[in-house]
Design a protein around this ligand. Sequence first.
Ligand code: PMP
Length: 360
Amino acid sequence: MARIYNFSPGPSVLPAPVLEKAREDLRGWRSTGITVMEMSHRGKDFIGIAEKATADLRELLEIPQNYKVLFLAGGASAQFAAVPLNLLRGKTKVSYVSTGYWSEKAIAEARLFGEVQVSASGKESNFTTIPPRPQWNVDPDAAYLHYTANETIGGVEFQAAPEADGLPLVADMSSNILSRPVEVGRFGLIYASAQKNIGLPGLAVVIVREDLIGQALPGTPSTFDYRRQAAEGSMVNTPPTYSWYVAGLMVEWLKEQGGLKAIEARNIRKAEKLYAAIDALPFYSNPVDPAVRSRMNVPFHLADAALETPFLAEAKEAGLAYLEGHRSVGGLRASIYNAMPEEGVDALISFMREFERKRG
Ligand code: PMP
């Protein structure tokens, strides 16, 4: 297959060695005579795959012992509901910071179960910046403080975990998990859908401090109950086994790349050169406050919006695909997750310069 550079926001590009390993394993898993796709989730072969993926993730993210790691169906959207269901723990209020589209989705879902206090919102700046931490209004009676670590559509990313004033800090890391080191011990809970930096869709990884589970709201469906899922090895129902297996391959690949510090250095280089190319020419623009620009998702506009269609068509011709912005905002967006090689970013930058020379 002639590979193109895939700038899709998710499902997104996978590392070539991960695809190669998956292809090899499709010939048959060891001597079982079947493939991973066909395995019982309760058989010893899949349990081995699941346990190794979990152990490798724990090692890579340096997850402390007092945290459970769950692999759950339903993506991050299911977690928008599972988080309040499990973490309200008898309280009525929850605090959320709104930095864009995905925070708003999380807030809307939390409102089904509790009273949501919006502690801070970037709406006034059209979500191009994050209100400074001292301006946040965090209710001390809230059950937790939730934020979206990286806004996949708006391209706004927290460069550090915010102070939570003693509340359990909860983060949606769907689009930046494993892109940099994080101090898991500062969080009550981290969740992420897998289809960006952890592989395939349908799966969410949940990392939750043990003392926060076990008090789910009465009526919580059993598949959403962290205590039950933790007790049953994320197998209250059949988990997305193939996505879990690919998550294991992604983590192995990251370890081979030198771990999170090494991938972070590469991600910084990729993002800095792409933003520099955008800022260098008035033909292109990115509206986000440079202090909070995302290293993973880079939205940009052309000064002449009418040129977006030819830009996309010619980029595709040049092997640079899926650069359209989200349908809610339009424009263009390059998603440059861990698996996007630096050469892909270089090729995009060259194309952008060339397109500007021809059309600018
Ligand atoms: N949160 C963020 C930050 C996302 O980018 C996405 C998906 N793009 C989601 C949540 C929802 O994930 P899913 O569609 O897997 O439920």
